[in-house]
Design a protein around this ligand. Structure first.
Ligand SMILES: Cc1ncc(COP(=O)(O)O)c(C=O)c1O
Length: 397
């Protein structure tokens, strides 16, 4: 067996299951889970219909590079959303959800034979980054998020030796779980560091369309254009239909960026066998071409967060994030696992303890003392969960 498999960590939900296996939740309450970050608003009918009407292509193998019509639809969306004109032939690739692509990029980019091969990750983070790094034969260097600066990452504390060893840097903006959006100054700094040390930036932007401020989150493509980096050197962005269009089961997203990197990525993907189902390609092109359903979806999240956040803020230290569909709340007493266990036992509400979404690094686990609440269910269910959380928290005082 590949010995690197032994280095993988159990997934946060597996750890939560193990940590709560002894609990019999209070049967007076029906179960509500705010644990898993899976979109639950309904899939728009026109996307389902486009999928069904596109079944005619199943008699052929699809190309890994995707059909020109899909690449064009993706480039069209990027232009409308970010004002950036991409070459659909060389700067865009369809992927089967951003998760597989986030993983696969590390296998393409990392050279494990170089000394101290390192992949840099935010902390807390989406666990795929870490697994991708470990299976590529690299080690991870975590950069903690700072709650005092809207969860910005502590780039100042990264030693030069870590930058020198870094081959790939993952960033997530809007962040999971913090919801923080990286501003232009931070992008300027990361691009300068990438130029100096030669690492690739993998920018995970799958929550970009669910936001609570007036202006949409800055994306890395937008940032690169504003900073005159039109060749997008050493940058690959990951976007997905899963959250934007409520189709996590479709498995559809795209990568865009540096044409030289995408050429190697396409080669890797061809051998790996990552072509997208042709019916999914056509439904995806239709979904990228429509914005009305995305506006309506965002509105639902906005209404939900506007009702749930102030209710929870009565008991917890929590604020509306820049974007995403999570609240990243501080719990009294600082024991996030104990808090989550008690909440499940007494009120039958599942939340994800923050310490399971982060690693202890530089003397601290930056997820400790926090919980992640995924507000993916309908508003009534989220409000019911919030009321129970308030009651539970007040009972601890
Ligand atoms: C931060 C982050 N990136 C990527 C993904 C993967 O999404 P998908 O593969 O559906 O595009 C998720 C899913 O929850 C996520 O939270």
């Amino acid at each position: 067996m590949n010995p690197l498999l032994d280095r993988l960590h159990p997934y946060p939900f597996e750890r939560l299951r193990a940590l709560t296996v002894d609990i019999a939740p209070n049967p007076a309450f029906r179960p509500i889970s705010l644990g898993i970050g899976e979109p639950r608003h309904p899939t728009p009918d026109f996307i389902k219909q486009a999928l069904v009407e596109s079944l005619g292509g199943l008699a052929h193998y699809p190309a890994t590079a995707g059909e020109p019509a899909l690449r064009k639809a993706i480039a069209g969306w990027v232009e409308r959303r970010y004002g950036v004109a991409l070459d659909a032939a060389t700067q865009v690739l369809p992927v089967n959800g951003s998760r597989e692509a986030l993983f696969a990029l590390a296998q393409t980019v990392v050279d494990p034979t170089r000394p101290h091969a390192t992949v840099m990750c935010p902390n807390p983070f989406y666990q795929i980054y870490e697994g991708a790094a470990l299976l590529a034969g690299a080690k991870t260097h975590f950069v903690n998020s700072d709650p005092a600066r809207n969860f910005a990452l502590e780039w100042d504390r990264v030693p030069a030796a870590a930058w020198e060893a870094t081959q790939l840097l993952y960033v997530c903006s809007p962040g999971n779980p913090t919801g923080a959006v990286m501003p232009l100054d931070e992008w300027r700094r990361l691009f300068e560091l990438s130029d100096r040390y030669g690492f690739v930036i993998a920018s995970d932007e799958c929550y970009s369309e669910i936001y609570f401020r007036d202006e949409p989150p800055l994306g890395s493509l937008d940032a690169a254009a504003r900073l005159d980096r039109h060749d997008l050197r050493n940058l690959v962005v990951f976007t997905s239909l899963s959250k934007r269009s409520n189709v996590p089961g479709l498995r559809s997203g795209f990568v865009a960026g540096d044409a030289t990197l995408l050429k190697s990525f396409l080669l890797y993907r061809t051998y790996h066998g990552s072509a997208m189902n042709p019916a999914v390609q056509r439904a995806s092109a239709v979904a990228w071409g429509d914005e009305a359903h995305v506006v309506a979806n965002r509105e639902r999240y906005r209404e939900k967060f506007a009702q749930v956040t102030p209710l929870l803020a009565r008991a917890l230290d929590v604020a509306l994030p820049d974007a995403g569909f999570y609240l990243w709340a501080q719990v009294p007493g600082g024991d996030d696992i104990g808090y989550a266990r008690g909440l499940l036992a007494q009120y039958n509400v599942t939340v994800l303890p923050g310490s399971l979404l982060a690693r202890a690094a530089h003397g601290v686990n930056p997820g400790a003392g926090r919980i992640r609440l995924a507000l993916v269910a309908e508003v009534a269910e989220c409000l019911e969960a919030a009321r129970r959380i308030v009651s539970y928290t007040e009972s601890l005082a």
